[in-house]
Design a protein around this ligand. Structure first.
Ligand code: BGC
Length: 764
């Protein structure tokens, strides 16, 4: 952290060691990582003046409070019985949501309106230095029901890989990046459905998921929470997951909007980005979430975009969201990301979370003083009410409560399936994998034995009901001897490897919200561990339990590499199924793995973590693989790459002429040329004419195809008009440019054997 602060120019205040010690003490009461974030947040807002006094307060005051914060203190969810439409005309289900919202707004007092525009903290936790401490157990955001008007309470909970905020009896799914690595939108839809079901059954009616930001910086501490580095890909995954979440009753939340691409100095960092890059890269997933998945809420981010905080940024809230995308839901602030009353209210923030510092009394005063007009307040309130009506929150009774047990055997099985479908086979020299069941295996490394790494940290933290360690998973599956070494002693680890036929080394990174990784190296002695094990036994397989890419200085020494991400409660069972070939790996990387630290697109300090508080997006459109392609850099493993225990071939590409709407149909055959059933991902990239100034080629369609040995299947994909458009900063519009476009088809951004062209005519 010190190093990162130094590089960041020390923009954020950080807790002093005594405060950190206090936090450590508190963590025993309140799920450590969450509490740490909360205290960091309080500390930051106090302007960094907290010292011994805070520490003393902390010990005497907070410990009992946090210890007291029990689920029972959680608010009661929605009003149980709906009022009649005679007295409450907006209760009439036959009216449109628009009409119902309009009728209700007419009946509301100013206080009632403002009450919908900010959260309150459940249990009435105390203020310290004008800060609320976030609730640590129970809904992390809450707006009480309005009994007079029959408005249900809003109950908000985190959940990127399962219900968060300390909830018990929930399923720990693999991290979203693992699910995304399946390149299977149906699986991602299932992911949203399981998450949405557990949230709804916990009484949550707004699920704070998914995180859909494009991964710009591979060191980003929340890479594991997102889907990857391609805007189109993230859009597809966002639509699939949001549709799943919202199908179960709760309203989804696309976060974090916009340019939330680093944790370093995240409360003040400024993303300096040109308009075209904002539109073509960073806005794209949000556009899909709004226009296709009809997401009900969007969370504005901590960071600034072009020197204006996200939650008071008229360009991104008014111009992009409302005028361009016609978003009709509500924008809530990230927790503590509101910085003003009048600016935020006028520039597009609908709801302050999790409390009322700016949108409580100060907003009322601003309205009474004529600084914010009532029409603006009515717009904000309508934005909140509309999704509530659209999603039926006024019309159904919330079934569950925070203490409900929402786990099911089907959800456990689904968690395992996602882990299996999301594990990417990166190297398999001499077909060492799959393992024969009777092989003697040494399981090495803390991540494989004593400290499995099943999830990332921060607000996505889930209380896992159990985690199967890789050692236990392999022991269950193997018909041979399975030994272990935790990797703390390199000689002992090498010895274990020497005495086995195959060594499987599990390594981990500690990724978390609130911190970027200092670099892409494996922390601690893990590189040395891999080298020591590989020197002792050439049949060494490395399993990466990491949330993002790592450098692999040992790549030539090992026979195999699997990217397992943070794979959830079924960690050990899933990796055993892959290692022994019960499941044929079919995942593909959703982001590039660089060969060296210097090769990454954001290698300069100006880009990340920023200089003088500004992170400058000098790479512009060349995010992720676009950068490697435009600089002719050789990635270690490219975007879209992944191996299988079988082999595939793509052939017979046929590309249609564009329709009048500039849609193009791409047809090809894909064949399983090996001896096992498996699934291939077909990827279609578009190369613009040079005059358009676009990166060399960009993903525009993909499909996952399951094939029996020897089987050939035809695949048909559609390229939408957007595939051929660029954003014109003169007209502020997407424009179709006439010209000849390349269509490149294959199985990674660097393996595109089939090519064709399509000509887009000038508009008449
Ligand atoms: C995180 C959000 C989260 C919120 C509530 C914030 O610190 O950035 O992702 O939803 O806390 O827990």
């Amino acid at each position: 952290m010190e190093r990162k602060q130094e590089r960041a120019g020390s923009i954020d205040s950080q807790p002093s060691p005594c405060v950190r010690r206090c936090v450590d003490r508190l963590s025993g009461f309140a799920r450590g990582r969450r509490a740490i974030m909360q205290i960091q947040f309080s500390f930051r807002r106090s302007g960094g003046t907290i010292s011994l006094l805070f520490f003393a307060l902390c010990i005497t005051f907070l410990v009992p409070v946090l210890a007291r914060a029990q689920p029972a203190a959680s608010p009661a969810p929605a009003a149980k019985s709906a009022p009649s439409s005679a007295t409450h005309p907006w209760a009439d289900k036959t009216l449109t949501p628009d009409r119902r919202a309009a009728l209700l707004i007419k009946a509301m007092t100013l206080d009632e309106k403002i009450a919908l525009m900010h959260g309150v903290t459940p249990g009435g936790l105390p203020r310290l230095n004008d800060d609320f401490i976030f609730p640590t157990v129970g809904y992390v955001g809450y707006i009480p029901a309005n009994r007079r008007l029959g408005i249900p309470a809003l109950t908000l909970a985190d959940g990127r890989a399962g219900v968060g905020n300390g909830a018990k009896d929930v399923t720990l799914l693999p991290s979203p990046i693992a699910a995304a690595s399946s390149w299977d939108v149906a699986l991602m839809n299932g992911f949203g459905t399981v998450l949405g079901k557990e949230e709804w059954d916990k009484g949550t009616n707004v699920t704070l998921s998914p995180s859909i930001d494009v991964v710009r910086v591979p060191e980003w501490g929340r890479t594991f929470e997102s889907y990857g580095e391609d805007p189109y890909f993230n859009g597809r995954m966002a639509v699939a997951e949001i549709t799943g979440i919202q199908s179960q009753g709760s309203i989804g939340d696309a976060n974090m909007y916009l340019t939330m691409n680093q944790e370093s100095s995240r409360f003040s960092a400024d993303s300096v980005v040109d308009e075209r890059t904002l539109e073509e890269i960073y806005l794209q997933p949000f556009e899909a979430a709004v226009t296709e998945a009809h997401v009900g809420t969007i969370m504005c981010a901590y960071v600034k975009t072009n020197n204006v905080y996200s939650c008071e940024n008229s360009q991104i809230l008014h111009d992009f969201l409302r005028k361009q995308l016609h978003f009709d839901g509500w924008v809530m602030s990230d927790w503590g990301a509101t910085h003003s009353t009048v600016d935020a209210a006028k520039n597009g923030l609908d709801q302050e979370m999790p409390y009322d510092i700016f949108f409580g009394e100060p907003l009322k005063k601003a309205v009474l003083a004529g600084q914010v007009d009532i029409a603006t307040i009515n717009d904000h309130v309508r934005n909140v009410l509309l999704p509530m009506f659209q999603h039926g929150l006024f019309d159904k009774v919330q079934p569950g409560k925070w203490t409900s047990n929402v786990r099911t055997p089907a959800h456990d099985a689904f968690s395992r399936k996602v882990a299996e479908e999301g594990t990417v086979l990166l190297k398999n020299q001499g077909d060492l994998l799959p393992l024969v069941p009777k092989a003697a295996v040494a399981v090495i490394g803390a991540a494989g034995t004593t400290k499995p790494k099943a999830e990332g940290g921060g607000s996505s933290d889930v209380v896992a009901p159990y985690v199967v360690s890789p050692f236990d998973g392999l022991r269950k599956r193997s018909a041979g001897t399975v030994t272990s070494a935790d990797g703390s002693d390199l000689a002992a680890a090498a010895n274990a490897a020497r005495n086995a036929e195959v060594a499987v080394v599990f390594v981990r990174t500690e990724e978390t919200e609130g911190d970027d990784r200092p670099d892409l190296k494996l922390p601690g002695n893990q590189d040395a561990l891999i080298s020591a094990v590989a020197a002792a036994n050439p049949k060494t397989i490395v399993v990466l339990d990491t949330g993002g890419p790592v450098l692999m200085p040992w790549i030539a020494q090992v026979a195999g590499v699997l990217q397992a991400w943070y794979s959830g409660q079924e960690d050990g069972n899933a990796i055993a199924a892959i290692l022994y070939g019960d499941v044929n790996p079919s995942a593909r990387l959703p982001l590039t793995f660089p060969r060296t630290a210097e090769a990454i697109p954001t290698a300069t300090r100006e880009q990340w973590p920023g200089v003088g508080g500004h992170s400058t997006y000098t790479e512009k459109l060349n995010v992720g693989y676009r950068w490697y392609d435009s600089t002719n850099a050789d990635p270690l493993f490219p975007f879209g790459f992944g191996l299988s225990y079988t082999t595939f071939q793509v052939s017979h590409l046929a590309v249609s002429a564009p329709t009048t709407q500039a849609k193009v149909t791409v047809r090809l055959d894909v064949t399983n040329t090996g001896k096992r059933a498996g699934a291939e991902v077909v990827e279609v990239y578009v190369g613009h004419p040079p005059a358009n100034g676009e990166p060399p080629h960009q993903l525009r369609a993909f499909a996952k195809v399951e094939l029996k040995p020897g089987e050939t299947k035809p695949v048909t994909l559609t390229l939408e008009a957007r595939s051929f458009e660029t954003f014109d900063t003169n007209t502020h519009k997407w424009t179709l440019q006439p010209g000849t476009y390349q269509i490149l088809v294959g199985t990674s951004s660097r393996d595109l054997p089939l090519t064709s062209t399509v000509t887009i005519a000038a508009a008449k």
